[in-house]
Design a protein around this ligand. Structure first.
Ligand SMILES: [Zn+2]
Length: 280
């Protein structure tokens, strides 16, 4: 059997208009990964970024590796992990786009009337005209000849999230269940959703991989060490949960998290989260 390999593309931080008043400085979308897992005969791309220009850069990067993936697997239904697949499908006709069945309705929301206008306002003239949806993987369908496994872990930064486990590489590609050096997306989160996310982290840990590629990774992150990334994501969610229970305002919550987590990338993510806490 041929050797597997994993190649990680990191698309840099993108400027966006600030949607939440009071933000001081440029608002940004965090750096995002797409991971190409290669065997001798085939390649699987896990997640596919968002804008047409970063999708083009991703396609050129794959070409530079001499690889044309047959399939894009989407870890969860958030726009920033699959809108970029549509330009890739134009580049490589026949490219399959798949997700676990439960993630497809989440993705459908992103391209529907409730959210697509929002995404176009965040990334004006930067998105596909018609972002395509992943199709639902059938029960008996496998990825990369069964050597990569999609694992439903429940709620990450959105419902119905999954990760890709590649035992031969001792690797998990974690989508937005695990973050690496970047403020996790907790906008709209509740004590219950944060507890569910902590359970999802336990499920990822049970896979036992030593390397985790996070969906959002800071360019300065030291490594992909599984324990460090799992522990840091867990600690952040717990810290946010504790501070949210006792803070008296969004700016108070922001200040507390920033003080205890000063080195994390994309603090605008935290600014949005503290202003979007249901029931407060
Ligand atoms: Zn994301």
């Amino acid at each position: 059997m041929s050797e597997l390999d994993a190649h990680v593309y990191l698309s840099p931080t993108k400027p966006i208009p600030s949607a939440v008043p009071g933000w001081d400085g440029p608002a940004t979308w965090p750096a995002t990964t797409a991971t190409l897992i290669t065997s001798e005969r085939d390649s699987l791309l896990v997640d596919a970024l968002m804008t047409t220009s970063e999708s083009r850069a991703l396609g050129e990067w794959c070409d530079g590796l001499g690889r044309r993936p047959s399939t894009v697997y989407v870890t969860h239904g958030h726009a920033d992990h699959f809108f970029g697949a549509t330009p890739l499908r134009a580049r490589w006709p026949g490219l399959d786009l798949v997700a676990l069945p439960a993630a497809v309705p989440v993705a459908a929301l992103q391209v529907g009337p409730a959210l697509l206008p929002f995404w176009r306002s965040v990334f004006p003239d930067q998105l596909s005209d018609e972002p395509g949806l992943p199709r639902a993987l059938a029960e008996d369908e496998v990825l990369l000849d069964g050597r990569a496994r999609a694992v439903d872990v429940g709620h990450g930064d959105v419902d119905n999230s999954s990760v890709v486990h590649v035992p031969e590489l001792d690797l998990v590609v974690a989508g937005d269940v695990v973050y690496n050096g970047i403020h996790p997306w907790l906008a709209g989160s509740t004590p219950a959703s944060r507890a569910a996310w902590l359970e999802a982290l336990d499920r990822v840990e049970e896979l036992g991989a030593s390397r985790i590629v996070a969906g959002h990774k800071d360019a300065a992150a030291p490594d992909d060490d599984a324990h460090r990334c799992l522990d840091a994501t867990r600690e952040y969610i717990a810290a946010f949960d504790a501070a949210a229970a006792t803070s008296d305002s969004p700016t108070d919550l922001f200040g507390r998290l920033l003080a205890t987590h000063p080195g994390l990338g994309n603090p605008y993510t935290l600014w949005v989260a503290v202003h979007d806490q249901p029931g407060r």
